[in-house]
Design a protein around this ligand. Structure first.
Ligand code: ADP
Ligand code: MG
Length: 341
């Protein structure tokens, strides 16, 4: 059915009727504002906007995957503070679409919400010439928040999961000239379309006070590491051969593919720094949460900038295509002394 046949309020009623009742929600969708209970004395807030044609392409993703991914981007931000997500609002600007499409989008939102026991408590709906999804998410920081600015010289630099799969999946969709078996292609596309927020791992790191600084990798490892370094007033040395790459990634992109791992977006993995004395405890968190954690380098003096080295310790050039900035476009080399001239 077309949206214009059910109207704005018909659509909101459809969304409301399929939204499960959750603990802590006094008033959810349907009144002027949501009214919720809180269990801790401080809250984390984050919001993320996804715009058709900029953040996603409806030819390359299903509405359900898009809904799941929209909430996942915000879940990942809460995870990166070491927090526990709790309540979300989803606002939509919708072009000419069907109710089935929007229902599929919300199935995706609900599946990500259910994984982390997040309650959908409201949003806003309007018409536009393309689809825009805005997710607001509130969470708790039961063990305090882990900021970007706490890294110290000598700390290990660690990442969860594997890097570059999402960007390589996107390149496959864009047919950027890679050969992939059906299985590898399916794996990489899934990492692009259905990323995972590392909420449990972030919470465990916070609970055990293992991370001195943390953020999630959404704009590429080097760019995001640059943010941690600037906030912490350190430099970083990253060992190229330690970058965690999935078997599918290695088969499809090979050794030359590390650009995707260094500067590809939307990994939604955690990047954190940790004192060397915590190595065993960090490995224990990886085991307990079932998420790989890899030490990729260490924090060094700020004046050394962000450098990438090979096995012999020789600096490698950092590709100019490092990360992304919505106003500037692709961003030049993360303050590196080794970027190509
Ligand atoms: P108002 O005119 O006061 O902004 P709306 O008619 O926009 O109210 O919204 C009515 C109710 O429906 C509110 O509780 C709002 O949070 C909820 N709502 C509106 N759009 C959405 C949406 N896209 N997803 C979830 N809840 C929504
Ligand atoms: Mg409204």
């Amino acid at each position: 059915m077309k949206l214009k046949d059910v109207g704005e309020f018909g659509l909101i009623e459809l969304i409301r009727s399929k939204t499960p009742r959750m603990r802590g929600v006094r008033v959810g969708i349907g009144d002027d504002a949501a009214w919720v209970s809180v269990k801790h004395d401080s809250l984390l807030f984050t919001s993320d906007m996804l715009i058709e044609g900029i953040h996603f392409n409806l030819g390359w993703t299903s509405m359900q995957e898009l809904g799941h991914k929209s909430l996942t981007a915000s879940l990942s931000d809460i995870a990166a503070m070491g927090g526990a997500p709790a309540y979300c609002l989803v606002s939509l600007a919708v072009p000419d679409m069907t109710t089935q499409q929007i229902e599929a989008l919300y199935r995706g939102v609900r599946s990500a919400a259910a994984e982390h026991r997040v309650a959908l408590v409201g949003g806003d709906t309007c018409a536009a010439d393309r689809l825009i999804i805005d997710v607001f998410l509130a969470g708790y920081a039961p063990y305090g928040a882990i900021l970007r600015g706490g890294a110290a010289v000598g700390d290990d630099i660690c990442v969860t999961g594997t890097l570059g799969d999402s960007a390589l999946g996107l390149a496959l969709l864009a047919e950027a000239g890679h050969e992939a078996s059906a299985r590898d292609r399916a794996y990489l596309l899934r990492r692009h379309r259905h990323p995972t927020a590392r909420v449990k791992t972030g919470l465990q790191l916070a609970k055990r006070k293992l991370a001195s600084a943390m953020m999630d990798i959404s704009d590429g490892l080097l760019q995001d590491l640059g943010h941690v370094c600037r906030a912490s007033r350190t430099g970083a040395l990253v060992r190229h051969e330690e970058l965690p790459l999935s078997p599918a990634f290695t088969r499809v992109a090979g050794r030359d593919g590390s650009d995707y791992a260094l500067s590809g977006g939307e990994d939604y993995e955690l990047l954190f720094t940790s004192g060397r004395q915590h190595r065993r405890a960090v490995a224990e968190v990886a085991r307990r949460t079932g998420v790989r954690i890899t030490r990729i380098g260490e924090c060094v003096a700020q004046k050394r900038g962000v450098t990438l080295v090979n096995e012999q310790g020789v600096s490698l050039p950092i590709s100019p295509r490092v990360g992304h900035d919505h106003f500037k476009g692709p961003v030049e080399g993360a303050k590196s002394r080794h970027s190509r001239d």
